[in-house]
Design a protein around this ligand. Structure first.
Ligand SMILES: NC(=O)C1=CN([C@@H]2O[C@H](COP(=O)(O)OP(=O)(O)OC[C@H]3O[C@@H](n4cnc5c(N)ncnc54)[C@H](OP(=O)(O)O)[C@@H]3O)[C@@H](O)[C@H]2O)C=CC1
Ligand SMILES: O=C(O)[C@@H]1CCC=N1
Length: 258
C-alpha cells in the first residue's frame, strides 16, 4: 500500500481519486482549497485536507492544479528526495519543477477516463519508480514518452476525450435526426466508440484493415466511408490536435517566463 495525495480535486483530480477508489489499494489524501470539491470525494478517499503540509506527507504527491499555480504550489510543498512528485499540469516542464523541489519529478498527462479505470496516460521522467507505475495502472494504461513529446501527448490523450465527445455527439445527433430516441442514440453511439476502441487495442489488424472488415461488399458502410474520404474531416481533426499541441507549448513559455 502506497500513501498517495492528490492536490487539486477539480475535474482531473477528482477523476483520479475516483479511479483509485475503485480498488481501494492505496491510502489517498485529497487536498483542495475548495471545501465543496473535497466534499464530493470525501467518501472515496482516506482523508481530505485543505492543508498543503498534510498533503505533502504522502510517498507520491500528485499535483493536479492549474498550470499557472503549479510551480508555486510545488515550491510550498517542500518535498524530500525520498518522495515523488507527479505533475499533471499541461506545459509545466521538469526543469521548472526540479528547480522547486527535492522530490523525484515525473510528468503525467492523464485524462478524465481515470475515473472509470480507462485513462490513457503519457508519462516522462528520468526515474519512474515501480510504485508510481503501479498506482497509475490502477486507473488505466500508461505509456512512457520523451518529455519533448509531452505537448503532442497533451493534445492526443489529455484533450483527446473532448474531441471524442464531440465526434460521438455528431454520430448520435445524426441518429436522432433520423428518428432515434436521444437516449437510445447516445447509448448506441457511445457503446460503438467504446467497442471500436477496444477492437483497436486488442486486434492486430490496422485501422484500415478494420474499416475494410466493416465494409461489406456493395453494403452500407462503404457509402458512408466514401463521404468521409471525400471530405476534409481528417485534416480538420489533425488541425484540432495541432491547435491543442501549440497551446500546450504556449503554456510552457508562459510558465517559464513567470
Ligand atoms: N481536465 C482535464 O481533463 C485534464 C486536466 N489536466 C491538468 O490538470 C490540472 C487541473 O485541471 P482541472 O482539473 O481541469 O482544473 P479544475 O479547475 O477543475 O481543478 C483544479 C482544482 O484545484 C483547486 N486548487 C486551486 N488552488 C489550490 C491550492 N492552492 N491547493 C489545492 N487545490 C487548489 C481548485 O480550486 P478552485 O476552483 O477553488 O480554485 C480546483 O478545485 C491542470 O494543470 C490541467 O492541465 C490534465 C489532463 C486532463
Ligand atoms: O485543456 C487543458 O488545458 C487540459 C489539459 C489537457 C486536458 N485538459
Amino acid at each position: 500500500m502506497v500513501h498517495v495525495s492528490v492536490i487539486g480535486c477539480g475535474n482531473m483530480g477528482s477523476a483520479l481519486v475516483r479511479g483509485l477508489a475503485r480498488n481501494g489499494t492505496h491510502t489517498v489524501t485529497a487536498c483542495d482549497v475548495d471545501p465543496q470539491a473535497l466534499e464530493a470525494v470525501s467518501e472515496l478517499c482516506s482523508n481530505t485536507t485543505t492543508d498543503l503540509e498534510t498533503a505533502a506527507e504522502a510517498d507520491i504527491v500528485f499535483s493536479v492544479v492549474k498550470p499557472d499555480i503549479t510551480a508555486s504550489i510545488v515550491e510550498d510543498l517542500d518535498l524530500s528526495a525520498e518522495q515523488t512528485l507527479v505533475s499533471i499540469a499541461a506545459g509545466v516542464s521538469t526543469d521548472v519543477l526540479e528547480a522547486r523541489t527535492d522530490a523525484t519529478v515525473v510528468r503525467l498527462m492523464p485524462n478524465l477516463a481515470a475515473e472509470s479505470g480507462n485513462m490513457a496516460g503519457a508519462i516522462s521522467g528520468e526515474t519512474i519508480d515501480d510504485d508510481v507505475v503501479a498506482v497509475l495502472e490502477e486507473v488505466g494504461i500508461v505509456v512512457e514518452i520523451d518529455e519533448d513529446q509531452m505537448d503532442i501527448a497533451t493534445a492526443v490523450n489529455g484533450s483527446g476525450p473532448a474531441f471524442v465527445f464531440y465526434l460521438l455527439n455528431a454520430v448520435k445527433q445524426a441518429g436522432v435526426s433520423s428518428g432515434l430516441d436521444p437516449e437510445k442514440a447516445e447509448v448506441l453511439a457511445a457503446q460503438t466508440f467504446k467497442g471500436a476502441a477496444e477492437t483497436v487495442l486488442r486486434d492486430d489488424r490496422s485501422t484500415d484493415e478494420l474499416i475494410e472488415a466493416v465494409c461489406s461488399p456493395k453494403g452500407t458502410t462503404i457509402e458512408g466511408m466514401n463521404v468521409l474520404r471525400e471530405s476534409t474531416v481528417e485534416e480538420t481533426v489533425e488541425a484540432a490536435v495541432i491547435a491543442a499541441e501549440e497551446r500546450s507549448r504556449e503554456l510552457a513559455e508562459e510558465v517559464s517566463n513567470e
